[in-house]
Design a protein. Structure first.
Length: 106
């Protein structure tokens, strides 16, 4: 079993992992926004595109707020799975939209 030699190393590792995870969420939310701009009408209705666009914008705001809280904390902190679950669901929706847009473009 791997053991960290100090709390500092553990905090650094946690911070690094969270930074990478938040960057991934941000990437996919931005990718979703780009996909919506290219999305044919036959793939998503206007209402569905607007609703997804708003949820992606909310997701990006949540990621930015989380980054700010992490940076403001003097101690290492974690982000709960409950908080990240909607972000993960949104990423899966972006992946599904990407597949649908790709199929429509072929």
């Amino acid at each position: 079993m791997f053991r960290l030699s100090s709390d500092v190393e553990g905090g650094d590792l946690l911070g690094s992992l969270l930074a990478s995870l938040l960057a991934d969420f941000d990437h996919w939310f931005t990718r979703g926004q780009t996909l919506l701009e290219q999305c044919p009408d036959g793939v998503l209705s206007t209402g569905d595109r607007l609703e997804l666009a708003e949820r992606l914008a909310d997701g990006k705001r949540s990621i930015a707020a989380t980054r700010s809280l992490l940076q403001a904390s003097p101690e290492p902190v974690a982000v709960s799975m409950k908080a990240m679950a909607p972000w993960h669901q949104l990423v899966m929706e972006v992946w599904a939209l990407s597949a649908r847009v790709s199929r429509a473009s072929s």
